[in-house]
Write a protein that binds this ligand. Structure first.
Ligand code: NDP
Length: 248
């Protein structure tokens, strides 16, 4: 099963993979895990010193040389994403995988109290930027024989929950976007799936659940088998699915 997938040391050898939100949390670990399986990683995020730290960790692994793309998804334009894609193509020649992982939690509150600006920011980072990013990346990904596009969902992206407001709505949108793309590119070399990390020990989780003991949670490393499965050739033919990284 995806949750117990065991990746070999060269599982992703020769692949070029973009990871967004690669400076911290799950994205950081995914970048490290993909790199240690032989992939060249493009690290996208907004805090440069965090990306540089991950860059150094990847170099220390002896993995292929990564690249850094500093970009804040709040303000990026369609042209920024097109330029970024052109840079990836000229520097790496192709793109075999993209893990769209960066997201904005926003403020948990009663529905009637949701602040309009917070709503807009959540939709901008979690939905619109994901739309513009995939629109820019897909034509390049289609040039690879097999490419994997992975969106990041959430438990509240499949069943709404009180006080999760705009974040929950944005994650439902991600499930929808992933299904639309999967269906449209079915029978091509591009597969598209969602992953739901489940409760994981990161800053975002600690912000959402300040009273919780982080040590009671799975770590980003614990949930990597599903990420490696969806990014590797083991998942060729799997598209339009939404995988829970933590099995019940
Ligand atoms: P973190 O907050 O730990 O990491 C998110 C990363 O995304 C950070 O590196 C952050 O940058 C980056 N990011 C956030 N906003 C932007 C932006 N506007 N532009 C560029 N980069 C940005 O979150 P997690 O690792 O916990 O979450 C990863 C994904 O998993 C998210 O999509 C989240 O919704 C989802 N998820 C997480 C769960 C959990 O329990 N942790 C459960 C369910 C879903 P910076 O470091 O600069 O802040």
């Amino acid at each position: 099963s995806p949750q117990h997938f065991q990746a070999s040391a060269n599982e992703l050898a020769g692949k070029v993979i973009l990871v967004t939100g690669a400076g911290d949390g799950i994205g950081r670990q995914a970048a490290l895990s993909f790199a240690s399986c032989g992939a060249s990683i493009i690290l996208l995020g907004r805090t440069v010193h965090k990306l540089e730290a991950v860059y150094d960790e990847i170099e220390a692994l002896g993995a292929p040389q990564p690249a850094i793309i500093p970009l804040d998804l709040t303000g990026a334009s369609k042209q920024n994403y097109l330029d970024m894609t052109a840079t990836i193509e000229s520097q790496f020649g192709k793109l075999d995988g993209a893990l769209l992982n960066a997201a904005h939690l926003g403020v948990l509150s009663q529905f009637v109290q949701i602040d309009e600006e917070q709503w807009d920011k959540t939709m901008q980072v979690n939905v619109k930027s994901q739309f513009l990013l995939s629109q820019a990346l897909i034509p390049l990904m289609l040039k690879s024989t097999n490419a994997s596009l992975i969106f990041t969902s959430s438990g509240v992206g499949k069943k709404g929950r009180a006080y999760w407001g705009s974040y929950a709505v944005s994650k439902f949108a991600i499930e929808g976007m992933s299904q639309v793309i999967a269906d449209e590119f079915d029978k091509t070399g591009l597969r598209c799936n969602c992953i739901n990390p489940g409760a994981t020990r990161t800053l975002m989780r600690a912000t959402a659940y300040p009273g919780e003991d982080p040590l009671s949670l799975k770590t980003p490393l614990d949930i990597m088998p599903s990420y490696l499965y969806l990014m590797s050739d083991a998942s060729i033919g799997i598209t339009g699915s939404s995988i829970d990284a933590q099995p019940k």
